[in-house]
Design a protein around this ligand. Structure first.
Ligand code: PEP
Ligand code: MG
Length: 781
């Protein structure tokens, strides 16, 4: 049963043409369940009906013609109820509608299951039988499982088919829905950044130039053969000859008589070289995996390895043919923060990521750069979108492929409104961040994700509330040295010489990885992350702290912040290491100064050398140390924590994720991630109350601070500082300057009585409107 299911889904996803795929699928299901008819209907939400797309059993002439309204017939009933419907005698059912054109008069039994993708019914799969009887529990289980497995693949296949039609000039606008990742609008050309050699991510495509595709494949085979040759030469002294033999096996597999011939045949049938490779390799993997022999099953991984190596070489050619357009929207399966950083000065206008969510670091970086981003588009149409003209709406998460002139004009108008809002708020940039009734709240900058934040000082921020040090660690091949880090941190500290600069120690793990320090975990956000890694690797932590301390010498505006703290022991151990670095550095500095003085003059009095060394080394000061409050456990230990540290800063991005148990990076559950959830707001309020009680300064540096309604609530809760991306500092300052503290406290008091996130949003929207801040609703939510 499982194998049949797997096979049906695999075949479906490998079929490049939707109608064909549906046709094969119904045929296969009919045979597998030994029934008389299998049909599939797809939902058309514009027309509010299900269209019969494929059937093995109903009249062929009705395919693509017969429609069933969403509230009509048995098919409509399955859609409405969103559950399977198993009927022995369909024609006797009160909802049955007689449709002569489908020729189903002979069928009595009916079993229909909805195909549901992201809570939306996208189709109905049904089987019918002449004999009047209920279908078995096994039939029902099979159909339900198949429908669930098909849902995602079918949703992608539908979009792909829509885009195919569009490429054939059938004027139908393709509109995709993702998650609003960063506000803003961009109209530009898509540039697809293909993942490095992932056979699963290759979308099947045909080519009209078989000759060229054959040449590409031959070149890739030659290059791969050469790679094996080099590898086996390199390893010949290091591993035994038995192990080396694997390269000979690989080379044989590449031969025309083996895999090579099959790929060539597929290319001759019209497939692109990478598609042909995918089809052949996946076929072999499936066959090996199905064999009941662990040795042979293992060979599947050899085949995958070989396929991947070939794909690397095929993609290398394709890459060489690609060049970046002057302006573009970046699209990738998984846009990472480092990709955004890489392309930010090369004409990047916006971001589309097929995976990820609105609190992925790529989205946070996009917000800080003022770039619109759409995350979690959840569709496998990567290469098809390359070079397409597109509008992305980072407010709603919509993206429009090849939009009409009128839609473009509409969006151009919205862009002009957005610009007017920016111009308006920029007028408040140099004014203090103070409410109408005189309550001040400091606004600081979140930096580190992007270079060039130096200009942010002009955006009215007073210092840096969060410098994410991990980002400069990302675009490299190894950990930066103490000297490199010192130079970098000094530059950052110098941007705000008269204000505090809070540097967070390395916070990798989760969705931030370093290419030279791979971490592979099932559950990365609950795993080895932030302070857990650096305490396990004091050599990395100490070098970073020493670099920060050195950079701070003479400037004295550094504050050190520890991420992902979940226990008192972590704080004690971190402080112990910071003290160690501080005292070691101080003593090294004194020794160096005395040595330098001795070099200059051999007659210098030792006492005065000591005094001088003491004086200069006094410039090395011990900075304030604070922690991020982002793991819920710390909310219950604030008294003990307050005794140990100088300040708290709430990381609301992670605190929301951990309080709600929603992975911030998972598009599947993005609708559940919301910092306006009553539980999160109550936690934030409790933190502010406790910080006040234990006399510890409190700030918040998560994304909530850059939302107008968020800033209003945090102000009312009593937060001393808010830290946000440079782009939002002027907006939030404008908001703060247009409210009264007393009013915000009334709003907060009411919000804390609400039960649901929905109620919180609608109440806050109303309040923003009545405060005359309605134009921020689009930009804020
Ligand atoms: C947070 O978690 O709110 C935070 C500011 O840190 P990061 O987004 O880098 O995890
Ligand atoms: Mg965090």
């Amino acid at each position: 049963m499982l194998t049949t299911l797997r096979q049906i889904v695999l075949e479906f996803s490998q079929n490049s043409e939707l109608n064909n795929a549906l046709g094969c699928m119904v045929n296969h299901v009919k045979k597998a369940l030994k029934t008389d008819c299998c049909s599939i209907y797809l939902a058309d939400y514009q027309q509010q009906h299900f269209l019969l797309m494929a059937s093995d059993g109903l009249a062929k002439t009705s395919l693509g013609q017969t429609c069933v309204g969403f509230s009509e017939g048995l098919v409509g009933l399955v859609g409405q109820r969103e559950e399977p419907l198993n009927i022995a005698n369909a024609q006797a059912h009160q909802e049955y509608i007689h449709a002569p054109e489908v020729q189903e008069d002979d069928f009595n039994a009916f079993l229909g299951t909805p195909i549901i993708h992201q809570r939306k019914v996208i189709g109905i799969l049904s089987i019918q039988q002449k004999e009047s009887r209920f279908f078995t529990q096994n039939d029902e289980a099979f159909l339900v499982t198949l429908s669930a497995q098909l849902a995602g693949v079918l949703a992608s296949a539908e979009i792909k088919s829509l885009l195919d039609h569009q490429q054939n000039n059938t004027q139908k606008l393709a509109q995709l829905q993702g998650i609003a990742g960063a506000p803003g609008i961009a109209l530009s050309t898509i540039f697809v950044c293909q993942p490095q050699a992932d056979l699963a991510a290759v979308s099947l495509k045909k080519s009209s130039d078989a000759k060229r595709q054959l040449l590409r494949f031959e070149q890739a085979v030659d290059k791969t053969r050469q790679d094996f040759e080099n590898l086996s030469n390199k390893l010949s002294n290091l591993i035994d000859s038995d192990s080396l033999a694997i390269f000979d096996v690989y080379k044989q597999l590449l031969d025309q008589a083996n895999l090579g011939q099959e790929v060539t045949e597929k290319i001759v049938q019209g497939w692109r070289a990478d598609s042909a490779l995918k089809l052949v390799i996946e076929h072999y993997i499936k066959q090996f995996e199905a064999i009941d022999d662990s040795y042979l099953q293992e060979r599947a991984s050899d085949i995958r390895d070989l396929g991947t190596r070939l794909l690397v070489n095929l993609q290398q050619q394709a890459k060489e043919e690609l060049s970046l357009p002057e302006q573009f929207i970046l699209l990738a399966q998984d846009v990472t923060a480092s990709m955004v950083a890489q392309y930010q000065h090369q004409g990047l206008q916006g971001i589309i990521s097929l995976s990820g969510s609105n609190n992925s670091h790529a989205a946070i970086l996009a917000r800080s750069l003022g770039l619109p981003a759409i995350m979690g588009v959840n569709s496998a149409v990567l290469s098809q979108l390359h070079q397409q003209q597109t509008i992305i709406d980072g407010y709603s998460g919509e993206l429009f492929i090849n939009p009409s002139e009128s839609l473009r004009n509409e969006y151009k108008y919205l862009l002009s409104q957005e610009k007017a809002l920016t111009d308006k708020v920029l007028k408040a940039v140099s004014l203090p961040s103070i409410t109408r009734d005189g309550r001040a709240i400091e606004l600081q900058l979140n930096a580190g994700l992007s270079a060039g934040f130096e200009h942010s000082a002009q955006l009215g921020a007073l210092g840096i509330g969060l410098y994410r040090t991990e980002i400069p660690f990302m675009n490299r091949h190894c950990f930066p040295s103490e000297l490199e880090q010192t130079q970098l941190y000094r530059k950052v500290l110098q941007v705000f010489p008269t204000h505090g600069v809070t540097m967070r120690t390395l916070d990798v793990g989760g969705d931030k990885s370093l290419p030279y320090f791979p971490i592979n975990e099932e559950n990365p956000f609950l795993g080895w992350r932030g302070i857990r890694i650096t305490l396990d690797h004091p050599e990395i932590f100490l070098v970073q702290i020493r670099a920060m301390l050195r950079a701070n010498q003479g400037l004295n505006n550094l504050e050190i912040m520890l991420p992902m703290i979940s226990s008192i022991e972590e704080v004690d151990e971190s402080i112990r290491l910071i003290n160690q670095a501080f005292f070691e550095l101080k003593s090294e500095l004194k020794t160096d100064i005395k040595a330098d003085l001795a070099k200059v003059s051999s007659t210098i009095n030792p006492d005065s050398a000591d005094a001088k060394a003491e004086l200069i080394s006094a410039q090395l000061t011990r900075p304030k140390i604070g922690i991020m409050l982002e793991v819920p456990s710390v909310i219950f230990q604030m008294e003990a924590l307050a005794k140990r540290v100088d300040f708290f800063s709430v990381g609301s991005n992670d605190l929301t994720q951990y309080l709600l148990a929603v992975d911030r990076n998972n598009s599947q559950v993005a609708n559940l991630y919301d910092a306006f959830h009553p539980a999160v707001l109550n936690a934030l309020n409790s933190i502010a109350r406790q910080a006040d009680k234990y006399l510890t300064p409190i700030s918040l540096c998560g994304e909530l601070a850059s939302e107008p309604a968020g800033a209003i609530l945090l102000l009312a809760m009593g937060y001393d500082k808010l830290s946000m991306n440079g782009h939002n500092v002027p907006r939030i300052k404008w908001v703060i300057r247009h409210v009264e503290f007393e009013q915000t406290q009334l709003i907060l008091a009411h919000v804390l009585t609400l039960d649901t996130t929905k109620q919180v949003h609608s109440y806050l929207n109303e309040q923003l409107e009545s405060l005359g801040l309605g134009s921020f609703i689009r930009a804020g939510f």
